[in-house]
Design a protein around this ligand. Structure first.
Ligand SMILES: N[C@@H](CCC(=O)N[C@@H](CS)C(=O)NCC(=O)O)C(=O)O
Length: 303
């Protein structure tokens, strides 16, 4: 699906009912009893809508809600988020969904309702070091985006570009101060938060998966820095639900990604109540987060 299709569907949905917030879980179409759509639920108009949705989302994603005469087709149900390239000129994301920065981008794309083509690069097999991938990202790191002749790496830059391109201003507002705030958290995440959380990821998850012992001395050494950073987030989240105000933005997705397996990473969240609340009650309840969960892929048991 061409990315603009989702935007067009969302705009159309809002025209039909401006009271509906333009959020990720906004139903694209709600055909209610008494509306001209529901008067003839099998009529041409409904079929035309479903045909458009089938084209946009794939046949399995359209239909009436179970047991209801109210067909609700929402982006939240659209967890595939463009699992195939069904439109000309779709962006291609080179990624391995199990990695932190790839999950970040996948969740962000899902949040924004952006369609993309996927190219799986096997991280554990070293696919990101293959010569053909180095032509896309000379850093030998995932993810990378190719949009026509434009190649882009750095997960946060990818999110910003795709948000602008798709006018996803709900999640990436244009007001200069809000933008600067989002950029600040994304830069902070990349420079400080990701490297610190990564220590826990490697020692407590990756090493045991590879049948190696965690080095507790390495974690003990990182712990003061991690708590210092976690405290900054905790204070920020003391009086607000999301990092940059009342709405979820790219900043939340970026900062959550390095913690995405926090119970397996054994991140010591207990002393950071606001941070824990944000992660477990807000981030992890987002449909985009659930749709990009990798615990099953990794074969992880409940921690
Ligand atoms: N700052 C970069 C970091 C990219 C990065 O380090 N990606 C990891 C996966 S999360 C990777 O591919 N590392 C290469 C390696 O481990 O050899 C971004 O945000 O995209």
């Amino acid at each position: 699906m061409h990315p603009t299709t989702v935007q067009a569907l969302r705009r159309y949905r809002r025209r039909r009912d401006p009271s509906v917030a333009d959020t990720d879980d906004m139903p694209l179409f709600i055909i209610t009893r008494g509306s001209r759509w529901a008067q003839d639920p099998n009529g041409r108009q409904v079929h035309r809508v479903f045909a458009a949705l089938r084209k946009a989302f794939g046949a399995r994603r359209t239909g009436y809600a179970a047991g209801s005469m109210v067909p609700c087709i929402g982006l939240a149900e659209y967890s595939g988020c463009g699992s195939t390239n069904n439109g000309e000129g779709a962006m291609k994301l080179y990624y391995d969904p199990i990695t932190v920065n790839c999950r970040k981008v996948a969740a962000g794309f899902n949040l924004m309702g952006v369609n993309f083509e996927r190219s799986h690069v096997d991280y554990f097999a070293g696919g990101h070091k293959a010569p053909e991938f180095l032509l896309i990202n000379p850093n030998a790191a995932l993810p990378a985006l190719v949009d026509g002749d434009f190649k882009l790496w750095e997960s946060n830059a990818i999110l910003q570009y795709v948000a602008d391109k798709n006018e996803a201003f709900t999640y990436y507002p244009r007001e200069p101060k809000v933008r600067a705030d989002i950029h600040r958290w994304q830069l902070w995440e990349s420079a400080h938060w990701f490297p610190s959380c990564y220590v826990y990821l490697v020692e407590n998850l990756v090493k045991p998966m590879l049948k190696a012992e965690p080095d507790h001395a390495v974690i003990d050494k990182e712990a003061p820095n991690w708590h210092k950073l976690a405290n900054i987030l905790d204070q920020r989240l003391a009086n607000q639900r999301w990092l940059c105000g009342d709405n979820v933005t790219l900043a939340d997705i970026a900062v959550a990604a390095p913690m995405h397996l926090h119970s397996y990473q054994k991140l010591p969240l207990d002393t950071h109540r606001n941070l824990r609340r944000w992660m477990t009650e807000d981030i992890e309840e987002l449909p985009c987060w659930k749709a990009t969960d990798v615990t099953t892929v990794l074969g992880l048991k409940p921690a």
